[in-house]
Design a protein around this ligand. Structure first.
Ligand code: BES
Ligand code: MN
Ligand code: ZN
Length: 496
């Protein structure tokens, strides 16, 4: 991973391979750039056919007379619209440029002068680390596909910020490295992360910061996790439950995080069609985000006690696979009529939410790639948030805004719960009316939360990015979405 340092230094005399400076739409130089233009012998920010200072644009120039190899102008868009996310993206552009230049060891930037505050430095560090990581490929890397492992980002800061700067930068690195760990696991091919193997990887990720217990299929069956067990029955690779416990010295509260970890979702006997099955290796993205967040709690000094429950299973078809019409019994004794084996995520979560509620934490948050309907409603852009508690909802909304992860709250309309009525069991796992599928799924989950303050993040859309929405700090493929939101939320609850 790249490292990030901060210094209250002059960009004209600071040595490095690449100096990254900002330019707004219309060619307006960002604060701190005038002297650099002078040294380059330029009157103004250069404007070309492909560089007009629009967000995401870039222009690299040789830098005779400066202590750096070249200068990269990064477009920031409208001057009055740049925020922390704008800086995060700009740092991502810098990282992707650095990846394409051979032998870059140090990137220097004046971008923190734009909004001289700690959150800007954190965002720059985050964007650079996120943009500097390239997913593992099972072939020879092509140009620009190498990680920025040996590269350092030096963030130049005004002297007023010098004291707080390094801590702010390190916080950004911790956030981004956590998200990168989630990305790596979500991008992993499904044959390389079946439940037992993925459980081991999660355990490695989270120890020594957390106590780790891995429960096997026999324990799950004996302890009444009938729904999770049923989902796992179609696969030759048995299901697992990973329990993580982060115990700070003097806990200021307790939170349980729950993650859906379907290592591949064929739909089961209610088999998905080809197109719908593409990308289903990412059906463990909720569990990955939760585990990745847990791996960073100690580094951030979170003071909330966190328990994480990761439900791992492969939703496959096999001789012993569950059938539409089966009735399974969840951990809390509720019986579920499985009308559609492709609605498996909510089965896994039913057991885990019921188990989570047994220890009565202050709040429960689950993260899951739960419904295609959430994608239909919000596109791949945003996560859908459902919450039984307004404080938890507003805390998560604040955290999402601070980290640049788009999130939109949808309602839990109790009137729709009737759709889940079953003649033969307490509840059916799909609704018998069309429409509102993401809401109906969330209402199903709510039945298992025992009335605790609870929120559900449906990340089916943003877990994987396609070309249209990809950016330098979030390239095509897995995003690690919700990792950073969870961290910001837990940090927020620590401060309180
Ligand atoms: N893993 C899928 C949801 C999903 C869809 C995630 C698209 C990412 C992209 C989930 O298990 C599923 O299959 N949901 C069904 C529910 C239906 C059978 C009620 C769906 O959304 O179609
Ligand atoms: Mn499914
Ligand atoms: Zn699924």
């Amino acid at each position: 991973m790249p490292t990030v340092r901060t210094a209250a230094a002059d960009p004209l005399t600071t040595s490095g391979d690449l100096l990254v400076v900002g330019a707004f739409k219309g060619g307006i130089a960002a604060p701190g750039v005038a002297a650099v233009l002078d040294a380059l012998g330029l009157d103004e920010v250069p404007s070309t056919a492909s560089f007009r200072g629009e967000a995401g644009q870039r222009l690299r120039l040789a830098a005779p007379g400066l202590a750096v190899g070249s200068v990269l102008f990064v477009g920031l868009g409208r001057m009055d619209a740049v925020d922390a996310e704008g800086l995060r993206r700009a740092a991502g552009v810098a990282a992707s440029e650095a990846r394409c230049l051979p032998g870059v060891e140090r990137v220097v930037t004046t971008l923190a002068h734009l909004h001289p505050r700690a959150s800007s430095i954190t965002a720059l560090a985050e964007g650079f680390v996120l943009g500097g990581h390239v997913e593992r490929r099972f072939r020879e890397p092509r140009p620009g596909e190498a990680d920025l492992t040996a590269t350092e980002l030096l963030v130049l800061v005004p002297s007023s910020l010098a004291a707080a700067a390094q801590g702010a930068a390190e916080r950004g690195v911790v956030y981004a490295e956590a998200a990168v760990r989630a990305r790596a696991l979500v991008d992993l091919p499904p044959d390389r992360k079946q439940p037992p193997e993925l459980a081991t990887r999660f355990a490695e990720l989270c120890s020594p910061g957390c106590e780790v217990t891995v429960r096997d299929e026999d324990w799950l069956a004996a302890e009444g996790f009938g729904a999770l067990s049923a989902v796992g029955r179609g696969s030759a690779a048995p299901p697992r439950l990973v329990e993580l416990r982060y115990r700070p010295a003097r806990p200021t509260g307790t939170v349980t995080l729950v993650g859906k970890g379907i290592t591949f979702d064929t739909g089961g006997v209610s088999l998905k069609r080809g197109e719908g099955m593409a990308g289903m290796k990412a059906d463990m993205a909720g569990a990955a985000a939760v585990a990745a967040a847990c791996s960073a709690l100690a580094d951030l000094g979170v003071t909330v006690e966190v328990t994480a429950l990761l439900g791992l299973a492969e939703n496959a078809i096999g001789a012993d696979a569950q059938r539409p019409g089966d009735v399974v019994t969840a951990r809390d004794g509720q019986t579920i009529e499985v009308l559609d084996t492709d609605a498996e995520g909510r089965l896994v979560l039913a057991d885990l939410l019921a188990y989570a509620a047994e220890s009565r934490p202050d709040a429960v948050v689950d993260v899951a790639t739960l419904t295609g309907t959430a994608v239909a409603a919000l596109g791949s852009y945003a996560s859908a948030l459902f919450a039984s508690d307004d404080d938890v909802a507003s805390g998560l909304a604040q955290a999402a805004a601070a980290t640049g992860e788009a999130q939109w709250r949808l309602p839990l309309w109790s009137d729709l719960e009737r759709f889940l009525d079953s003649d033969v069991a307490d509840v059916a796992n799909i609704g018998d009316e069309p429409g509102g599928g993401a809401i109906v799924a969330a209402l199903f989950l709510r039945r298992f939360t025992a009335g605790l303050p609870w929120a559900h993040l449906d990340i089916a859309g943003p877990a994987l990015l396609s070309k249209g929405l990809a950016r330098d700090h979030l390239p095509v493929g897995a995003t690690g979405v919700a990792t950073r939101t969870l961290l910001a939320w837990l940090e927020g609850r620590s401060a309180a």
